[in-house]
Design a protein around this ligand. Structure first.
Ligand code: SAH
Length: 279
């Protein structure tokens, strides 16, 4: 029985696909990749006889027709998606017609460009007592934002914002962040082609000048905009330490060196004592 796999190819560097994704590429009888975004070198593991097509010039109907046609010829068909298929990837629009055609579907997650951009710049998207929340969003382009999701509304949380698909809309980003009360000095990070060997560009600036800096660097596509109170923390003179490595903090894998009054209480249900998701 044929199966169509939606595989996250990762942010660009072919090394950043998962092992499962690479194995599927190596097994596939047919691969459809998003040429403008997925590095063609991600296909280096494909079999020589594998049917390969670039979806760059296909619309949704053509993509679905190709996948259904190939599923009639091969047991394993791969749709290679940039980053992770669950983010801005039209996943459900493709899955529904496959469901209707009775074709089995699977998804393999990938490293999103939001995470690859933070990695490229050696930034943490969360820091204790500064922000513990990340919003993945975009600003309205041809796709309008649903009510309550304007950048100005989201930015009021003062948490980390990873803004996709919006590098040509830096003027709107500036206006909305200002409307939410972010100061002109707020640090902004832009990463173009994060992880692409030899093509990655990192631009750092402030809310007031990021647009000029991106223009000077010639960046107007394939870029992640990150706004966060955590940016630059690597070089701050002082940092609030994470509880995970605090000597006074006990968790499942380590006893406190300095007695911790909270941990001393028998409260195993307390989320901070469950340690699983500590950072
Ligand atoms: N599913 C993808 C996002 C697809 S939408 C993911 O998880 O990353 C396409 C947008 O993603 C681009 O406009 C850009 O904002 C971002 N993007 C994709 N690849 C990128 C990369 N290598 N570096 C920076 N941003 C990237």
């Amino acid at each position: 029985m044929a199966k169509v796999w939606f595989v996250g190819a990762g942010p660009g560097d072919p090394d950043l696909i998962t092992v499962r994704g690479r194995d599927l590429v190596a097994r596939a009888g047919a691969i459809l990749y998003a040429g403008s975004l997925v590095s063609a070198t991600a296909l280096r593991w494909a079999r020589p006889e594998c049917a390969v097509a670039d979806s760059k010039e296909m619309d949704l109907d053509a993509i679905v027709a190709w996948l259904i046609d190939q599923a009639g010829r091969h047991e394993c068909v791969v749709r290679l998606q940039t980053g992770d298929p669950a983010l801005y990837g039209a996943l459900i629009e493709m899955v529904r017609p496959l469901d209707a055609a009775g074709i089995e579907v699977g998804v393999v997650p990938g490293i999103s460009s939001a995470l690859a951009s933070a990695a490229a710049a050696v930034e943490s998207l969360t820091l204790p007592e500064l922000t513990q929340t990340v919003i993945l969003t975009r600003v309205a382009g041809r796709t309008p934002m649903p009510p309550g999701e304007s950048l100005a509304e989201l930015a009021r949380h003062r948490c980390t914002l990873c803004i996709f698909l919006s590098i040509t809309l830096l003027r709107e980003i500036q206006a909305e962040l200002r409307a939410a009360g972010w100061p002109d000095e707020a640090p902004v990070l832009v990463v173009h082609k994060a992880s692409w060997p030899g093509e990655e560009v990192i631009v750092r600036g402030a809310l007031a000048d990021i647009r000029d800096r991106c223009r000077a660097a010639g960046i107007h596509s394939q870029a992640m905009v990150i706004v966060s109170p955590t940016l630059g923390a690597r070089h701050w003179p002082e940092l609030r330490p994470s509880k995970l490595y605090d000597p006074g903090f006990s968790h499942r894998f380590r006893r406190a060196v300095v007695p911790d009054p909270v941990a001393a209480e028998p409260r195993p249900e307390h989320p901070e004592n469950m340690a699983k998701d500590l950072t």
